[in-house]
Design a protein around this ligand. Structure first.
Ligand code: ATP
Ligand code: MG
Length: 559
């Protein structure tokens, strides 16, 4: 093992691979794959699978394939294929030139099926799907043999060829493996290998009207590609005997299937079907709406690949189903952005503040550190003028006894600038505060070299003259229940949608250095959180997404 590998946390999958490598199984090769079905955008559960599979290939100096499991023509779309490629690349999982498609193996799969028919271990069944289902039995009760089970090989070959040639309607015939209708494992009770489906496929068009079932196809795909370790989620554990049976019957190269527990996250749903319903029923604005648990949504919201990697490494690989607290994911992005994101000042809910003893027309610049966590991030100058904006809730007219920010007659430090004192509160006729009249203390200017006196509160601000206007989108959890899915009381996930998951601020005031920020660029707005420039930004009108707050305010609210 190299030094590099030792740094990686071990897990039971790596233990199996180490064992294989010790005894020379797979000739010490490691080749993994990520096999998405292109019927939706990838979610954070897929990210877990990608990091797991690619992480193994990387650490064992092996290979990693991106393979589309496109065996079901009905729900699959090119849009999904493109988004998946983009997401896997963005995560940095390097599949080199290997973007592969199960549909490219349809000819080979058909050949293999013919071999099993010729061997007498596959047959064509002409019963209805209902009849086949009824004969399946239950876990406690054996199934019944199909009346077509003993068809001759010649007849099976003839019917299977005609199935392929399009002579029959959907559902008229299926090809089944002849295994054991009384097996305690229901998956081995003569499973269906091919069904007739007169549907156009996104890659093969109308070439095929029979399509392979998942269990039949998946092991063949792995085998054809020379995959060594075929890692999948636990629900396939009972399918492994079938995976093995097909490959053994064919006598072809045989990868090892390994199962691990599906990853779940609090406050969200993860199945593609449910995510699709959120999109198509308009509960969110598309697959990459920053409230969605999709990879593209996290990217748009301001998450980095590094934060997702750190997160998936932290949660590890389990054999038992469990649910991870979304707070851990938020922790990972805070950790990463704390190191990377430059600090800036932005006021989301502005109130005007006038420094009555600061000469009109005068202005000066104060120096600010871009990132105290990164020496190379440098410094910048911030314009200071007589009129400023501060956050409405940094002022309380009748202050709470623990409130140390601005209040009538009270002092506060303006970050990077000087100490000010509130002298007068101006209101409109309705009693809303429209302006705070303050004085500043010239002795307290930052960088003046004069010993500084201390005040309890420091607040952020922007110059009213130089501020740029912006839209800021604040996101909260999409669901207001920790586990919106799988309730036993008859409610479903849609009953737990958080009506306040999106708050749009249209008149935020930003420091002028942000004018040149590019889509995707990330910042810490001091005291407020991490923010990222959204793709909806236009020239002169930036839109920011709040990636995450600075602290975990949610857990405090819960308490
Ligand atoms: P969903 O149930 O969300 O539709 P899926 O399993 O049908 O997901 P696929 O496109 O078949 O989606 O999944 C591709 C790969 O990602 C599979 O290997 C699958 O095991 C893995 N995967 C999917 N969801 C998760 C998850 N929540 N945790 C870990 N791996 C996952
Ligand atoms: Mg699937």
């Amino acid at each position: 093992m190299s030094e590099n590998e030792k740094l990686v946390q071990s897990n039971f999958i790596r233990d199996i691979i180490d064992e294989h490598n010790r005894n020379g199984h797979f000739e010490n090769r490691v080749h993994t794959r990520f096999p998405p079905e292109p019927n939706g955008y990838l979610h954070i559960g897929h990210a877990k699978s990608i990091c797991l599979n690619y992480g193994i290939a990387r650490d064992y100096k092996g290979k990693f394939n991106l393979r589309f499991d496109d065996t079901n023509p009905v729900k699959e779309e090119v849009e999904y294929v493109e988004s998946i490629i983009e997401d896997v690349k963005w995560l940095g999982a390097d599949f080199e030139d290997r973007i592969l498609f199960a549909s490219d193996y349809f000819d080979q799969m058909y050949e293999y099926a013919v071999q099993l028919v010729e061997k007498g271990v596959a047959y064509v069944d002409g019963q209805t799907p209902e009849q086949i289902r009824e004969q399946r039995g239950t876990p406690n009760e054996p199934g019944k043999n199909s009346p077509h089970r003993e068809r001759s090989i010649e007849e099976n070959l003839d019917l299977f060829t005609r199935m392929k040639n399009g002579e029959f309607k959907d559902g008229e015939y299926v090809l089944r493996a002849k295994i054991d209708m009384s097996s305690p494992n229901i998956n081995l009770r003569d499973p269906i290998m091919y069904r007739i489906l007169h549907a156009d496929h996104h890659r093969t068009g109308d070439k095929w009207c029979i399509y392979p079932m998942y269990d039949w196809a998946h092991g063949l795909e792995d085998s054809i590609e020379g995959i060594t370790h075929s890692i999948c989620t636990l629900e396939f554990e009972n399918h492994r005997p079938l995976y093995d049976w097909y490959l053994d019957q064919l006598g072809v190269y045989h990868p090892q299937q390994i199962e691990f527990a599906r990853f779940n996250l609090t406050y969200t749903v993860m199945s593609k079907r449910k995510l699709l319903s959120l999109v198509s029923d308009g509960h969110v604005n598309g697959w990459n709406d920053p409230r969605m648990p999709t990879i593209s949504a996290f990217r748009r919201r301001g998450y980095t690949p590094e934060s997702l990697w750190a997160f998936t490494d932290k949660i590890g690989v389990a054999k038992r189903e469990n649910t991870t607290d979304v707070a851990l994911l938020e922790y990972s992005i805070r950790e990463d952005l704390n190191k990377k994101a430059n600090r800036v000042m932005a006021v989301l809910n502005p109130v005007k503040l006038v420094l009555t003893n600061y000469p009109e027309g005068q202005e000066e610049e104060f120096e600010a550190v871009n990132n105290p966590e990164d020496e190379n991030a440098g410094k910048r100058k911030i314009k200071f003028t007589r009129e400023l904006y501060i956050e409405q809730d940094d002022f309380q007219e009748v202050p709470h006894k623990k409130f140390f920010r601005l209040q009538p007659g009270g002092e506060v430090r303006l970050r990077y600038a000087c100490i000010i004192k509130c002298e007068e509160v101006i209101k409109d006729e309705a009693g809303n505060i429209i302006e705070l009249r303050c004085t500043f203390d010239p002795e307290t200017k930052s960088g003046s070299g004069i010993p500084q006196r201390k005040v309890k509160g420091t607040i952020h601000w922007v110059s009213a003259k130089y501020a740029i206007d912006s839209e800021v989108r604040l996101y909260d959890r999409l669901f207001n229940d920790e586990n919106p899915d799988g309730k036993k009381d008859g409610t479903n996930y849609l009953d737990y949608l958080n009506p306040n998951s999106l708050e749009v601020i249209t008149n935020a005031k930003l420091e002028p250095s942000l004018a040149s920020a590019a889509v995707g660029e990330k910042f810490q707005f001091e005291r407020l959180g991490y923010f990222c420039v959204d793709q909806d930004s236009e020239k002169g009108r930036l839109v920011f997404n709040r990636t995450v707050t600075l602290r975990d305010s949610w857990s405090k609210i819960q308490k």
